[in-house]
Design a protein around this ligand. Structure first.
Ligand SMILES: [Mg+2]
Length: 300
């Protein structure tokens, strides 16, 4: 791929000012038919099972801690200014999209992938490559379609400078993404066991009607305060054969856009499709029982 100079990004990393270099994305609007056929539930089940497999012991402990602190978190939200300004078009539902591994994948080690990437961030000297990555297949087409039906919010746990760079790649004409939120709007949690910092996206803080707001995210813990609003998506790590965004679009076309016309609660549809709240709580409950049994065994 021949990389052309595309946009100046104010990315300060390793004390360098970075320059974003990429090919301008090709905008292709290929709207499919307005089919209302029923979705394939077996595919949905596979996706949810795959998401639940991510919930190893560490994530279960984090989810457990989050759920326990949920009421106090929401008490603190009272009187706080919402993360988003008032909605311009009240009829449109709000689609919140995670960034990393949902819309794109940024390689931390750039050496092996420089020839196959969609964007590269060079240090100010123009020679050393700081970051490089790939846009998820079909992401520009998906955002172009979504912008006509939804208020599109991209919410990343990344920093502001990284988010600005990513927005330049995904929405160069600034007409697809309505709002961009960063880790500054996340709830920050530190794991008691590993000390790792996790960033939680609380949809209650957006200032939107939660019956018409949902989050597409590849990690369950990010949405653990709003499991009823989560649409799970497989993590994207650079595969060219990935088709998740076209499947997501089909899911939204079949279920949610149709529901908007009827003024229903979208969480009911998500509950019927995924039942994530119950399944994740079951998994966390099983994990707690295992921990208690382990403690018992150690004492006896
Ligand atoms: Mg992610």
């Amino acid at each position: 791929m021949v990389l052309t100079r595309f946009q100046q990004a104010n990315l300060n990393q390793n004390s360098h000012e970075a320059v974003l270099v990429k090919d301008p994305p090709l905008l292709t609007i290929s709207r499919s038919s307005d089919s209302l056929e029923e979705p394939d539930l077996s595919e949905t089940t596979v996706k949810v099972d795959s998401l639940l497999e991510q919930l190893d012991d560490f994530e279960c402990s984090t989810l457990d801690a989050l759920m326990a602190r949920w009421p106090s978190m929401h008490a603190r939200l009272k009187g706080m200014k919402p993360h988003l300004p008032p909605k311009k078009d009240d009829d449109k539902p709000t689609l919140v999209l995670d960034l990393d591994e949902t819309l794109l994948h940024t390689y931390r080690d750039t050496h092996d992938n420089e020839g196959q990437v969609d964007y590269v961030i060079y240090a100010k000297d123009g020679n050393s490559c700081l970051l490089a990555g790939r846009l998820r297949p079909g992401v520009i087409e998906f955002l172009t379609w979504a912008a006509s039906s939804f208020e599109v919010v991209v919410w990343t746990a990344g920093r502001e400078d990284y988010a600005r760079m990513a927005r330049g790649c995904l929405d160069p004409h600034n007409n697809l993404i309505t709002h961009m939120l960063t880790r500054n709007s996340c709830i920050r949690m530190r794991s008691g066991s590993t000390r790792e910092v996790l960033y939680i996206k609380d949809l209650c803080a957006l200032g939107r009607d939660l019956s018409k707001t949902f989050l597409v995210d590849n990690t369950p813990h990010a949405a653990s305060l709003n499991l009823s609003n989560l649409i799970p998506i497989e993590a994207y790590v650079g595969a060219t054969s990935d088709t998740e965004l076209s499947e997501l679009r089909r899911f939204l076309e079949v279920n949610l856009v149709r529901l908007t016309d009827r003024k229903d609660d979208m969480r009911i549809v998500l509950y019927r499709q995924f039942n994530l709240k119950r399944r994740i709580r079951e998994r966390v409950g099983n994990w707690k029982q295992q921990q208690q049994q382990l403690l018992k065994d150690q004492k006896s």
